[in-house]
Design a protein. Sequence first.
Length: 303
Amino acid sequence: MLDARRLALLAEVARAGSIAAAAQRLAFTPSAVSQQLAKLERDVGASVLHRHARGVTLTPVGEALLVHAETIAGELRGAEAVLRAEPARLAVGTFASAGTALVPAALAEFRRAHPAVALRLLDLEPPAGYDLVRSRELDLLITHRYPGAPLPDARGLTRSLLRAERFRLILPPDHPKARARRLTLESLTGEEWISGSPGVPNRACLDQLADAAGLTLGVTYETRDYQVILALVEAGLGIAFVPESVLDRAGTARVEVRDVADARPARDIFLVHHRRPGELVTEMVDRLSRPAGPRSRSARRRL
């Protein structure tokens, strides 16, 4: 039978990226960590780590064990917390735009209801965070999946769809196409687009739309920050697709908001937690799942 502590140690080393970093985090010596991993490899009958000058990476066997190792590390951490009678806490991970639009009101309500609970918020860009939920460093993860992107492995966890959020096209208010009766992707091929760099989810989504239509869309300004995108569009420098929640928080942003007839992308927003969540996690899920308030009318819209 595999030793649970050694599997948990594998998860810590995988997260830290090196034996030395994991040892420092756990207050062990590197040689002690190496010895326990060597024993794990003997138990498994195969190598679980590739050791190199910059640290370590997992072998295919190590990758196969990692999900189980993270789950075991989380269960051990939870058991130790019970034995130490640690005060109640809630650790939430979220991506940037959800951290602006979805999380503050829910956290504020939660804080008023539970002033003694220790709250923690981590900024995590998807697909990061699943391992932290498994290891119980996070109690709840708010994450997303853009069109065409694969969903991370959620074995041992519960992943539920919170909402599907559509994207809207934003243009400077004085843009020549701001008053067009109908917009298509083809009609926007000569425009200067604002999106992330190649591989960033919003850019991958834009490239997928263009490829499906057999078009080329020129990205002139590269940023993954939607607040920067709003500012650039407001300054008249280009056009962009942005999630509706970003527009809800736009404040005084002076942009024209439109739909594109043949391109209506949306991203799925998920909540991820353990299969047996505690009462605090369940309450936070309920708060996040409530319908959003009235839409901001500060941005100019032409539908």
